[in-house]
Design a protein. Structure first.
Length: 261
């Protein structure tokens, strides 16, 4: 195994970072300083040290996390709480989030120390589907749905979005669904919102532009007040996980992520 790959999978840091550590002489193999990231080592018998401490081989890890609203998808932040606040620091060195969810978006977030896994899921050419459940102020008629399905302009100097899938779940007036919609996101809405039309549904996209789901729905006249990612590829969020809880992916779930690729 390559030395940089070993260190990354042992949660010392991401592949790019550990290459720097190696080149700067911070790593020893069998008590000898090695400065070549591509150096081959035997993870079973060689003794690897980083800054004088023996590194144990942890292997690749894959977490499913049910992200709550109010946390940003980042390692650290001087102002906001982050998704890593839910994890024990000692076992998360080298682990990173796969893609991002907005601060007020809930749901399925994956974390790993496997860079190839991240690339395969996030690479635009792979067209991995991500499905979001939403509540929005507004309505979605047949023409609106067609625009979303065929591609729509969501920003100046941006190309059309790639074709999406839209499925309407419920629609009607806000007063009919007020007990199902999160009130905290409606604090800045006109006081007459009880008589506004609302719609819920599922939007499936294969891109990852900033605030893409919200911007796509805004482009057809809908203001998103609740958003939750429910699936990536063939992997569904485990709804038995409480918000803020996480667990390892099972082998079956791992395979579902890449079905059809």
């Amino acid at each position: 195994m390559r030395l940089d790959k070993f260190l990354a999978e042992a949660s010392v840091g991401r592949r790019k970072i550990v290459r720097t550590y190696i080149k700067e002489g911070m790593v020893k193999v069998n008590r000898q300083v090695i400065t070549e990231p591509a150096a081959e080592i035997n993870e079973s018998s060689d003794v690897i040290e980083y800054l004088g401490k023996v590194v144990a081989y942890a292997g690749k890890v894959y977490y499913m996390f049910n992200k709550p609203a109010g946390y940003i998808t980042a390692r650290t932040d001087i102002v906001n709480k982050t998704v890593f606040d839910f994890f024990d620091d000692f076992k998360m060195n080298g682990v990173f989030h796969v893609g991002r969810l907005d601060k007020d978006t809930e749901g399925l977030l994956l974390l790993t120390n496997d860079g190839e896994f991240e690339h395969k899921l996030m690479c635009p050419q792979k067209h991995v589907e991500k499905t979001y459940f939403f509540w929005a102020l507004g309505s979605l008629d047949k023409e609106d749905r067609k625009k979303l399905e065929q591609g729509i302009y969501i920003g100046k100097d941006e190309i059309l979005t790639k074709p999406a899938k839209i499925k309407v779940h419920k629609y009607g007036m806000y007063k009919e669904f007020k007990n199902e919609m999160p009130m905290k996101n409606l604090k800045n809405i006109d006081s007459n919102y009880y008589n506004q039309p609302v719609v819920s549904g599922y939007l499936t996209i294969t891109e990852g532009r900033k605030h893409q789901v919200k911007r796509m729905l805004k482009a057809v006249g809908c203001y998103v007040v609740y958003l939750k990612r429910v699936s990536i590829g063939g992997l569904m969020l485990d709804e038995s996980l409480e918000k803020g809880q996480y667990r390892f992916l099972t082998e079956v779930e791992f395979q579902k992520l890449f079905e059809g690729l």
